[in-house]
Ligand binder design. Structure first.
Ligand code: GLU
Length: 508
């Protein structure tokens, strides 16, 4: 299927770092558009000046770039509907709000915030917790529906601040079919007359969002479930303007691993995983957050994992590149219920992607890790052999060093548990000395070393369980790790024997 008229948008507000749930929304929009040969637009919804955070826009753009989700139009790339930042589109919104006033579908409201607070307080005392400015209460408020026309005119001319509110019908059923949730129906009797234009002249989210989606020719609105309650209002606004509404899809929430709440930064801090794609550092407030990129995740693995939080292809395949996701994705397979986040699964994805690389590629990726740790890198041949030995145990590239650090430099201490369990004083010293004597004349290949070791066990009548751990402790200081003979081959004769001699001295 191909429909090049499809236009979707990702419309984050630059109020802080982009949450991974936001990245998933961007991803589903992107996959939907690309699958149908359509366009993916990045629009910044920055009309709420009080929530604006410097650096957030840059962060959003960089995050999408890291993930390979590239906009066809938008703040970072331009396009036929520029500007793509709502703050720069400010002059155009007022006319739309006024158009609705002329049609009798919106009105001016002059109530000051003190007056509104007082009404709210009175409602609370009367036992109605939430005052709503609606088809009933608007009749006793200060607005262009209740004030005489001349007074309204006078107030407008005097420069007195006012808002423009939508005038919802009394009792009308608003219905739309959501691609994820099916039919949604709400009665306007349960809705309130939302502000469209604020006293500072800025549009609210609702007005700017609808006007932009219409003028940018957006065909499908794919966004988080938290926007579902706003959708009926948006549907009415499209009707009021006489525009065709886009098709909606509201995506399930990302849930925390251990409860039903929405996955938050606090959950990440508490359980030790990032909830943002990149590290974040707010220079004004000093607030920081950790990101998947810096944690060592591959972008492909991160994207693959995210795609599966709320969607699956309907069979047991789990590994998909971005291109493969484009091929396979369909909104009809997005689930209605929340998707529980599982960091162990995220790590599993990374491990799968790590295993796709050759030893040479991983060795190359390991170089900056070593440099950062101040570890001298061995020659590329040796490095690749080390990679081959330890990569099975690695989830992140840096694990290759962590799992095999004793292959880069002699251990500075012995693992206490291994020593107390397996090192038996003089008996162990004798084994190590015997092996040093044998290995001095041996060619240092893993198979030779192993054969010679077995011959020694036979001659001496010593068990593998006794001598094996002793040899390991003597060479790498611990009982764990890859095959000892493979490790000795990589370390070479001189280094291996020096380490064994030193252990005899240290633990003797
Ligand atoms: N600016 C809204 C947000 O921050 C966009 C909601 C929508 O996509 O309509 O999520």
């Amino acid at each position: 299927m191909s429909d090049s008229n499809v236009r979707v948008r990702f419309a984050p507000s630059p109020t802080g770092p982009l949450h991974m749930g936001g990245v998933r929304t961007a991803l589903y929009n992107y996959l939907f558009a690309k699958k149908l040969g359509g366009k993916f637009i990045l629009r910044l919804e920055d009309t709420d000046q009080t929530r604006f955070v410097g650096g957030a826009e840059k962060y959003i753009i960089e995050s999408l770039k890291w993930c390979g989700i590239s906009p066809d139009e938008g703040v970072s790339v331009g396009g036929p509907h520029e500007p793509y930042r709502q703050s720069e589109r400010k002059p155009m919104y007022r006319a739309y709000a006024e158009e609705l006033i002329e049609k009798g579908l919106a009105y001016y409201a002059f109530d000051t915030s003190e007056e509104l607070d007082a009404v709210r307080e009175r409602a609370k005392q009367a036992g109605n917790a939430n005052f709503q400015y609606n088809h009933i209460t608007r009749n006793s408020m200060k607005n262009s529906l209740t004030l005489p026309a001349e007074e309204v005119q006078k107030r407008l001319e005097s420069g007195e601040p006012y808002t423009i509110r939508i005038k919802l019908p009394r009792n009308e059923e608003v219905k739309f079919e959501d691609m994820v949730r099916g039919w949604v129906s709400v009665n306007t009797a349960n809705m309130d007359d939302k502000i469209l234009l604020k006293a500072d002249g800025m549009p609210t989210y609702h007005l700017a969002n609808i006007v932009d989606d219409h003028t940018m020719e957006i065909t499908h609105v794919i966004r988080g479930e938290e926007w579902l309650p706003s959708a009926p209002l948006h549907v009415i606004m499209y009707q009021f303007f006489g525009w065709e509404a886009p098709t909606f899809a509201h995506l399930p929430l990302l849930l925390r691993p251990d409860g039903n709440g929405k996955l938050s930064k606090r959950d990440g801090d508490r359980l030790g995983f990032p909830v943002f794609p990149l590290n974040w550092n707010n220079e004004e407030t000093g607030e920081t957050a950790s990101g998947y990129r810096e944690r060592g995740f591959f972008a492909d693995a991160f994207i693959n994992m995210l795609a599966f939080l709320g969607w699956n292809p309907g069979d047991n395949r789990e590994l998909f590149t971005l291109e493969e996701l484009v091929e396979e994705f369909s909104i009809s397979k997005v689930s209605k219920s929340g998707a529980r986040f599982d960091f162990e699964k995220a790590k599993w994805y990374n491990q799968q992607y790590l295993r796709k690389f050759s030893d040479a590629e991983l060795a190359e990726m390991l170089l900056p890790v070593l440099e950062e740790k101040g570890i001298a890198a061995p020659g590329s041949n040796t490095l690749e052999r080390i990679v081959a030995l330890v990569k099975e145990r690695a989830v992140f590239v840096s694990d290759i060093y962590d799992e095999g650090s004793f292959l880069f430099s002699a251990p500075t201490e012995y693992d206490e548990k291994s020593v107390s369990k397996k090192w038996k004083g003089a008996e162990s010293v004798e084994i190590v000395n015997d092996l040093i004597a044998r290995y001095e004349n041996e060619e240092f290949t893993a198979s030779n070393l192993e054969a010679s070791f077995k011959a020694y066990l036979n001659e001496k009548g010593v068990g593998f369980g006794q001598a094996g751990p002793v040899l390991r402790i003597a060479v790498v200081g611990t009982m764990t790790g890859p095959s000892i003979f493979e490790m000795m081959e990589v370390l070479g004769k001189e280094e291996s024997l020096n380490r064994m001699r030193k252990t005899v001295q240290d633990l003797g």
